[in-house]
Design a binder for this molecule. Sequence first.
Ligand SMILES: [Ca+2]
Length: 111
Amino acid sequence: MKAKKLLITALATGTLAAGLAVPAQAATLYDNGGYSKALGTWNDGTTYVGDGANDKASSISINKRHTRLYADANHTGPSVYLTHDWNDLRGLTAGLAWWQTWDNRISSFSK
Ligand SMILES: [Ca+2]
């Protein structure tokens, strides 16, 4: 009886869904900054985001899952480990040469 009450409480507050439902998808890419014009959503093991999204992302949301981004397909090339969303990838330079940014550069993801 007590367990049932806890379950109902959890459902009512949304904590059960948040605690158990691990998102299947890791990252959503957007063509523009500010999470505008979604290109698609991909999971952690994506080896290539496809021609429609390759080298186009200007902002990214990672659904609270840490994600490594790669400049090239198949998890190759320069990479950066993200721990939070970025609303303007022009401001992210880690892992690249000093004159480069992650704007219009992402090609694949891993965990
Ligand atoms: Ca873009």
